[in-house]
Design a binder for this molecule. Sequence first.
Ligand code: CO
Length: 190
Amino acid sequence: MVPSCLSGMREMPATKQKILPIRVYGDPVLRQKTEPVKNIDGRLISLAEQMIESLASARGLGLAAPQVGHLLALCIINLPALDSKHTEPLILINPKLQASDGKVVYQEGCLSFPGMYADVARPQNVTVTGLDRDGNPLELEASDFLARVFLHEMDHLSGVLFIDHLSPIKRQLLKKQLKELSATSGDKAK
Ligand code: CO
């Protein structure tokens, strides 16, 4: 209707992706299970690339599709921030935990729980399989903090959140903060 206005618009640079809003605790989408990705098509890669930008903008270590409102088994791991030998974030599709051992307790947070941190016990070493952005099978071994990030993101794909790993007493201590978070997300979650 008003093409003269549109003609004045400058095109966004090709690399500039849309930043997706990250869902906060209390949003029911964070509690839903995801579906496996069936087709790695342009739409999926576009979503993954938007997730990479959103993760970078939030300065996070990992981001799972439900956190941006998509119930797909897709997550992004910020490998360069975790291990200097990597230069690119990892797009991990349909990940599966194949093996784990050891146990480490370490402080953990989540982009869906801004400002909240808690000590969480997780396996020290993991083997994870999945698909990369080209649909090629991946087998990844990780230890310590990187293992933790894999486990945390894979949990998101099953609707599991890091607070679920806390003892009832520890969770009780965070009750007020959790209530405040779920109030900001506009949901009635406990
Ligand atoms: Co998280």
